[in-house]
Design a protein around this ligand. Structure first.
Ligand SMILES: C[S@@+](CC[C@H](N)C(=O)[O-])C[C@H]1O[C@@H](n2cnc3c(N)ncnc32)[C@H](O)[C@@H]1O
Length: 177
């Protein structure tokens, strides 16, 4: 594989409904069987497939029309230490979960918004964002898991478009989707 570089697999940022946990190995085997110069992921979610891949082509683009996701990934790319500072004293509590759930994300800074989303996603039962139910978990801040994933995301362009064709145009590449 000449155009591709071996990289360590990273865990997804949090649980996500439809996160391909059971299928990811099979999907990735298919992707990596074909040599490619670009990998464009139109529906990244929490990165269940994107982050678990172990071969990196020249260009990678991640897309999702959910602004909470693209904001979280941008903050992970550019303000990881600051995000850790915001989350350091977060405790797993039902009251905090309900408080953050009631907050309108548009009233927050991007950093606060990313911290809120990560907290809710890490504490929600099964990562079910539509039916957020509190789950007592010590996974509010698993620093190691996030460190691996920022290594994989650091140079990845992030798009937030709902249009497959716009994404293909913006990526300027004929790649694997
Ligand atoms: C099931 S999740 C993706 C799981 C992910 N591929 C993985 O490997 O874990 C589907 C994602 O697609 C996004 N999505 C759905 N329709 C979309 C669209 N038309 N354009 C962009 N993103 C979309 C959702 O916001 C959601 O995050």
């Amino acid at each position: 594989m000449t155009t591709m570089k071996k990289v360590p697999a990273a865990a997804p940022v949090a649980l996500w409904l439809g996160g391909k946990k059971a299928l990811s190995a099979h999907i990735i085997e298919g992707i990596e069987a074909v040599e490619h110069r670009a990998y464009i992921e139109p529906f990244i979610g929490m990165g269940g497939v994107f982050l678990r891949r172990t071969w990196k082509p020249v260009l990678e683009v991640a897309n999702d029309f959910n602004g909470e996701i693209t904001n979280l990934f941008r903050i992970l790319q550019q303000h990881y230490p600051q995000l850790m500072d915001v989350m350091r004293f977060q405790i797993a509590s039902r009251r905090e979960f309900e408080r953050l759930r009631a907050v309108d994300p548009s009233t927050l800074t991007d950093l606060q918004r990313a911290a809120r989303f990560l907290y809710l996603q890490r504490q929600a039962f099964g990562g079910m964002r539509g039916h957020l139910a509190f789950m007592l978990s010590c996974r509010v801040l698993s620093v190691f898991r996030l460190q691996f994933c920022i290594g994989r995301l650091c140079l990845t362009p992030l798009e937030g478009t709902p249009s497959f064709w716009r994404l293909k145009q913006a990526s300027g590449a004929v790649g694997s989707f």
